[in-house]
Design a binder for this molecule. Sequence first.
Ligand code: NAD
Ligand code: UDP
Length: 322
Amino acid sequence: MRLPFRRAVITGGAGFLGSHLCGALLRRGVDVVCVDDFCTSAPENVRHLRPDPGFSLVRNDVSVALDVPGHVDLVMHLASPASPADYRLLPIATLRAGSHGTTNALELAARKQARFVLASTSEVYGDPHEHPQRESYPGNVDPVGPRSCYDEAKRFAEALTTAYRDNRRVDTVIVRIFNSYGPRMRAGDGRVVPTFICQALAGSPLTVAGDGSQTRSLCFVDDTIDGLLAAATRGHRGPVNIGSPEEVEVLALARRVKKLTGSASAIEFVERPPGDPERRRPDTTLAGELLGWRPRVSLDEGIGRTVSWFRRHRGTRPEVIG
Ligand code: NAD
Ligand code: UDP
């Protein structure tokens, strides 16, 4: 895909999705300024990009300030804790990233007259009563619930992005990303795929929350990144769902990970976290129509590729605590 950008600022660029995004932009000839405070990641994630003359890394908390000298024609705002375990530890930083961080990223886009992409989330739908979730569904979120720091931060970020578009004429798009997984997730970030894979590889029990009948739709990172780039490039404002329509029960996922790793680990049923949504699957009709996007990597292939990566890197990468 040819991209109509010369220089992009990626906030949260050293994180799981951000690091893949930085690499994908550089491969397509776009210079990248990666801005990150490493609160849930480490510079290790982008070390392989550092020899590229088009890449620069800035350590900065975007909730405090964000300025980047020189030409910028794309701002992609990903900076935010994203794993439930992380945002439970960092609720105020999460709300600040969604509010102050989004304001600073939008102000940068306004100053530079750059296209702005908000990495929003399926969590804006909360524990949905509509299934699958269409972009028109307003959601079911408890503003003082256990996930509210993340859900409401993202909902506020969407409202702010809409206001900057309508009131300040910033060229924006909102992308609602559903559960994504792949290489470079932190082994201990608490999300289901890295947790199950690391448990299976270590031969320890796979910790299935509740009875494991809750569902998620898991999208391999390469597909998610293609969706984000398509949203950046096409002129639409969104919101648009990016995620896999392949819905899987958590218990079935645990069994699949066991099979794909050849692990003899037991399955252990543990307490379900409060506020854990019951079902989640995107309606991706709009992404198909507006962006010509659909995911290509099957769950088995994606999990297989992620397992290979964890086999190579397990125990060699830094773990970060808030
Ligand atoms: P991640 O935790 O791996 O990456 C987030 C990055 O943002 C980290 O590098 C972290 O250090 C950085 N960051 C956080 N607060 C910051 C701040 N104030 N200033 C600078 N940097 C900051 O998470 P991820 O999975 O890569 O998620 C990236 C974005 O995509 C997040 O906005 C998340 O809400 C969104 N998203 C992700 C998923 C998913 O399944 N991975 C799903 C929906 C939405
Ligand atoms: N989950 C689980 N065991 C784990 C981690 C997560 O059963 O060790 C479940 C979790 O309760 C949820 C689903 O897997 O129902 C997805 O959780 P994750 O934290 O990956 O993402 P999110 O809840 O934000 O969709």
